[in-house]
Design a protein around this ligand. Structure first.
Ligand SMILES: Nc1ncnc2c1ncn2[C@@H]1O[C@H](COP(=O)(O)OP(=O)(O)O)[C@@H](O)[C@H]1O
Ligand SMILES: [Mg+2]
Length: 274
């Protein structure tokens, strides 16, 4: 289905993505993991043509994705919808209008400017919101929703394009654990029920292990692992994140515990003062 070969992106002397290649032969759910700066976002952005590749090949069902231009390029961008860490909704606009923005590529700019959405689209948008369990919020401003709800609105907006692929760039990095789980469950369900390919950049290894059929590990722009969650051993993880990863992870959690203890103390002091 999707073939990526020697895909490279350089920013000046810095090679963000370095001769990356992988094949996807069925609509899988794929997690891309790697430390910050490994090139995960740049890779996704090249796949949906938000960023131009320096060199290499991307093919989807035999079509040369990197050669598409004009309406063909826009059609491709509809086919592979993108979801972002910060949701990228219009905060002051109501939820259903945000979802209807997902049809933007297919409509005239004049109709869009005057919010002239066909009734069928509005019904469809509400059905999608209903499917994701947030139809009750359809008329609210996007900014009044929780992060987890906003990300589900962003997923609804993506589904409005009826995409073949959903590209998600750290979709749960800004969410608390409960909302993170709801959003990942939602992506997995869309994959299972609709047969859409999902490629998600994920910050934590555990999430990739739990939700994905296949995990691609990147380090310094290169793919250093491509396999099943079961093959993702501690040794492999060290390759992906660097030799001192375990140490720095432990250091981070110690630091967080210390902060939590401080916050707890402060809360007791505040309560005592009241
Ligand atoms: N627009 C840009 N201009 C210059 N350098 C960039 C740009 N986008 C990303 N980079 C660089 O490319 C590398 C990979 O970044 P990125 O793809 O964002 O990694 P990740 O998503 O894994 O954190 C980093 O070194 C980053 O600084
Ligand atoms: Mg990134």
């Amino acid at each position: 289905m999707l073939k990526v070969q020697n895909l490279t992106k350089s920013f000046g002397a810095n090679t963000a993505v370095d001769s990356v290649g992988f094949d996807v032969d069925r609509p899988a759910m794929i997690g891309i993991i790697g430390a910050s700066g490994a090139g995960k976002s740049t890779l996704l952005r090249m796949l949906n043509r938000m960023t131009d590749a320096t060199s290499g090949l991307v093919e989807f069902e035999g079509r040369d994705v990197l050669a598409l231009s004009g309406t063909h390029k826009r059609a491709w961008q509809s086919d592979c919808a993108m979801i972002f860490q910060q949701f990228n909704l219009v905060p002051r606009m109501d939820v259903v209008s945000n979802v209807l923005h997902g049809t933007l590529n297919a409509r005239s700019s004049l109709a869009t400017m005057f919010n002239l959405y066909p009734n069928a689209d509005i019904h469809h948008a509400i059905n999608i919101l209903d499917r994701l369990g947030i139809a009750d919020h359809a008329a609210k401003r996007a900014e009044s929703l929780s992060g987890g709800q906003q990300q589900r609105v962003a997923i609804a907006r993506a589904l409005m394009q009826d995409p073949r692929i959903i590209l998600a760039d750290e979709p749960i990095a800004s969410l608390d654990p409960m909302n993170a789980q709801i959003v990942m469950d939602t992506l997995r369900r869309i994959h299972d029920e609709d047969g859409r390919m999902v490629i998600a950049n994920l910050h934590t290894l555990d999430t990739a292990r739990k939700y994905c059929d296949r995990v691609i590990g990147m380090r310094k722009g290169r793919i250093v692992f491509d396999g099943t969650p079961a093959q993702l051993t501690t040794g492999v993880a060290r390759d992906i994140y660097g030799a001192d990863a375990t140490f720095s992870e432990a250091a981070t959690s110690t630091a967080i515990e210390a902060l939590e203890t401080e916050a707890e103390k402060a809360r007791h002091v505040a309560e005592a003062a009241l």
